[in-house]
Design a protein around this ligand. Structure first.
Ligand code: 13P
Length: 256
């Protein structure tokens, strides 16, 4: 049984006080959803403040990106070791905004995935197709290529700690959510690919999150799919009530 992971990607939103307030609000209500794992990924500059606001509550802390390098002359970058040093446990890697706005390749994501695992961080590796790729019937091929490239050299032992997030680019921040059937089809394909690359047993342990316009009113149907093991939430993760309503939907599925 995979514990659902409900993750908030705050992107470049909030300010210091807002981040502390949002994290504190989520932390104070984490006890309402004991059957799911909660994770918040604030802007890097607020990680420490958010960690302090979380305190002892059962809410994970993650970054939105990191360098593949351990240290050195890389102006503006943050290493995996720096993230673990300030108490982060997770890092989102290869988010579509990193891939499409900042030109990150599968090779970059792969290097970062290795660096994150070496430092003891759980990587949340994102994949997803563009609208034109979906319309051209290329979704499976695109996702498969991204997974192969991003996870090259990751061992069977390592893969069971990796989290994968499927985020169709056309569904991010657009309000156009993938139907539960569209999402489940890709998630099932992803798990099949993991079984082929590693083995069926390991593939069953990997959590595959869906991301792209997840809201309280569509969370039940999405999280109810057999291969959807949680959500990576943008906009709705910035509101305590919405984030927890999505987590409650995950908890209901976990209890069923
Ligand atoms: P939205 O939930 O705002 O569509 O963002 C999804 C996302 O990119 C999460 O990483």
């Amino acid at each position: 049984m995979r514990t659902p992971l409900i993750a908030g990607n705050w992107k470049m939103n909030t300010d210091g006080n807002g981040a502390a307030e949002l994290a504190g609000g989520i932390a104070s209500r984490a006890g309402e959803v004991p059957d799911v794992e909660l994770l918040v990924c604030p802007p890097a500059i607020y990680l420490t403040r958010v960690r302090n606001a979380i305190g002892d509550a059962s809410v994970g802390l993650g970054a939105q990106n990191m360098s593949c390098q351990p240290s050195g002359a890389f102006t503006g970058e943050i290493s995996a070791g720096m993230l673990t040093d300030i108490g982060a446990q997770y890092v989102i890697l290869g988010h579509s905004e990193r891939r499409h706005i900042f030109g990150e390749s599968d090779e970059n994501v792969n290097k970062k995935t290795h660096a994150a695992l070496a430092a003891g961080l759980v990587p949340v590796v994102c994949v997803g197709e563009l609208l034109e790729e979906r319309e051209a019937g290329r979704t499976a091929e695109v996702i498969s290529g991204q997974i192969k490239g991003s996870l090259a050299g990751i061992t069977a032992e390592q893969i069971s700690t990796v989290v994968i997030a499927y985020e169709p680019v056309w569904a991010i921040g657009t309000g156009k959510v993938a139907t539960p059937e569209q999402a489940e089809e890709v998630h099932a394909d992803l798990r099949k690919q993991l079984a082929e690359c590693y083995n069926a047993e390991v593939a069953e342990t990997v959590r595959i999150l869906y991301g792209g316009s997840v809201k309280p009113d569509n969370a039940n149907d999405l999280l109810g799919q057999p291969n959807i093991d949680g959500a990576l939430i943008g906009g709705a993760s910035l509101k305590v009530d919405d984030f927890l309503a999505i987590a409650a939907a995950g908890a209901a599925v976990a209890q069923a």
